[in-house]
Structures are given as C-alpha cells and as structure tokens.
Ligand binder design. Structure first.
Ligand code: P6P
Length: 341
C-alpha cells in the first residue's frame, strides 16, 4: 500500500529548504492550503449557486467585470493570510493598491504575497478549469514597519516561493520553494492535499501549442511564422493546438505533457495581457524549477525589473526547446537578428 504523504508532512520535511525559516514555510503554506480548500469547495458548487456565479457588478483595475467568485476567492485569501503573522502585506489582481496588514504582529512578518485569486474566472459559468496563482518574496522594508510598495516590486528571480492551484477535474496545488516543483491533489473525502506529482519536470520538448489564434492578424511577423511552423513544418509530427482560455490549466497541462503557451504583444494588446507580478513571475519560477523556460519574447521573465504593480508583459512559457524555437523566429523576423538580451 503506497504511503500517502500529505502537504503538511511534506512542508515540515522540507522546512529547512525555506530561507530564514523558523516555521514560516509551514504557516504560510498552511494558510494558502486552507484558503485553497475553501475556494475549491465554492468553485465546485458554482454551478449550483446562482448568486455566486454571476457578476458582482464591480469592475476591477483590469477593467474586467469581477465575478462574485473572484470576489469571494480574493477575500478568502486575504483573510487567511491576515490571520497569520508571516505576511506583512499582499498585492492582488483584484485590488488597485497593495494591502498593508497593519496588525502589529503582521508588521513583524518577513514576507509579502502577490496573488491572482481566481484566474480565468470568465470560465466559471461554462464549467472550465480555473486557477489561483501566488508568489512570495522576503520583504525589503525593515521588519516591524508597515509593508511598502518596494517590497512587491522585486524581480521574479528574488521569489522565495511560488505556486498555483488548479480547480479542474481535481483540485491540485503545485508549488516550488526553489528546490524543485511538487504537486499535491486534494482528496475531498478527507479534505487533505496529498503528494501526487513529486519532483515535476517539464518535458524539454512537446507538440502542443497554446495561443489565441483569433488574434493572429495582430501578431508580429515572427510569432505568425512560428504558428505556421507549428502547423506545417514541425519535424515530422503534427502539433496540436490546445487553448483553454485559462492560463493555469494550459500551463499545468504543458508542465505535465510538454508544450508552449504564449500570449504575445499584439496590435490589440501592445504589452500582452498577462500580469508580470502575480501571473508571469510565479509561473516562470515554476517553469524554471521544472526545467522549462519563460520569456517576454526578448528576455527571461524572472530578470524583468517591475515598473508598476499591475504591469503587463508578453509571455512565452513552456518546454525549453519550444520557447527556444519561437525565439528563433522572433529574432529573425522581429528583432532582425538583434542579440536577445
Ligand atoms: P484571451 C483569463 O482571462 C486569462 O487571464 C488567462 O487565464 C487566459 O489564458 C487568457 O486570459 C485568455 O485571454 O484574450 O485569449 O481570451
């Protein structure tokens, strides 16, 4: 009988991996674990609850109509983190400004959390997988003082932990603390995340490409040429186009099967659509830890110096050889052979 390792047991065992750890890892990730279970419960009955499926009537900073479940998930993660003392503040896709935890105990917190509480929420009404994405940094401002914007505006390479929850046919929590990537599946019968995907590695190559081809005419020449390559020239095997419209679900599939997801800059979205701090950076950290690659079409996502809290960047993320390949086309046709930074 295979021994079940729960997320709690795993965290305790890996405690020494977390820098400056004095139990922060277990408490921090336990708070995320609890909130994820609560959000998973609500997501899984969204079909039954009219009042939680609809729009909240509120528009967030992204100009997107906030779905009630977005709101619920956001408040759930904020309250779960506020109840612990490791986090001194949060940034969320759903909040215009940073959220400073002004409880004195929280001001002693050494970390900040950035989160997209429910990415892909427009899919709630059609029962398609959605996800939570999170990123954790050690604060820069002095412990014992209120968190500052500077704590959140760090390069992705400074992350101490990152992860996502995918609410799909099962609910999975996948995270890294810089020592590899591990996946845990929620067993709803006991309400526990159990280690189901130890030491996840993204296949170096793959034959799945994920992009919204409806925007094809707005893409750069290099991106267009890469899409045609996937459709017509890829060495001896047909690629499959898979685009769920939910970044976490597309990324998770590519992490397991190999593949590339890209949301390029285009005439419609000159900086792309996805957010650097709480979408691209955490997934780039996971991709890098699993042997994959993530760029903005020029440089590694993890090396980008943020300039604003909700800044967007183009994103090319997935199997290393596939990201390298799209760079060949971008370099040749868009950068005209300029050395990629
Ligand atoms: P489009 C969902 O809104 C999201 O942020 C990602 O989860 C998804 O991959 C992308 O946007 C879909 O955007 O413009 O292709 O509908």
């Amino acid at each position: 009988m295979k021994k079940v390792v729960t997320l709690g047991q795993f965290i305790v065992k890996k405690q020494e991996d977390f820098p400056y750890a004095k139990g922060e890892l277990s408490s921090l990730l336990s708070a995320l674990r609890l909130a994820s279970k609560i959000v998973s419960r609500e997501v899984n009955k969204a079909g039954l609850m009219d009042d939680i499926r609809g729009s909240s009537g509120v528009t967030n900073i992204q100009g997107e109509t906030q779905m009630k479940l977005d709101d619920f998930a956001n408040l759930e993660f904020i309250s779960s983190m506020m109840a612990r003392e490791e986090i001194c503040g949060m940034a969320s896709e759903e909040n215009d400004d940073i959220i400073i935890f002004d409880r004195p105990e929280c001001q002693d917190g050494k970390y900040v959390l950035l989160i997209d509480p429910l990415d892909g929420s427009s899919n709630i009404n059609v029962n398609v997988s959605i996800g939570t994405i999170f990123s954790i940094y050690r604060r820069i401002s002095p412990v014992g003082t209120p968190a500052t914007l500077e704590d959140f505006m760090q390069r992705g390479r400074e992350q101490v932990a990152a992860g996502y929850v995918v609410y799909g046919s099962s609910t999975m929590l996948v995270f890294t603390t810089g020592n590899g990537v591990n996946g845990f599946t929620l067993d709803p019968s006991i309400g526990t995340f159990c280690l189901s995907h130890p030491d996840m590695k993204m296949p170096e190559d793959g034959s799945i490409y994920s992009v919204n081809e409806g925007n094809y005419r707005y893409f750069s020449e290099g991106v267009k040429r890469y899409i045609k390559y996937c459709q017509e020239e890829a060495e001896g095997r047909p690629y499959s186009a898979r685009y769920i419209g939910s970044l976490v679900a597309d990324f998770h599939r590519n992490l397991i099967k190999g593949g590339i997801y890209f949301y390029p800059a285009s005439g419609l979205s000159p900086r792309g659509k996805l957010r650097l701090l709480y979408e691209n950076n955490p997934l780039a950290f996971i991709a890098q830890q699993a042997g994959g690659r993530a760029t903005d079409g020029r440089m590694d996502i993890l090396d980008i110096r943020p300039s604003e809290l909700h800044e967007r960047t183009p994103l090319f993320i997935g199997s290393k050889n596939m990201v390298d390949k799209v760079h060949e086309f971008i370099d040749l046709y868009d950068l005209k052979g300029e050395k990629n930074k």
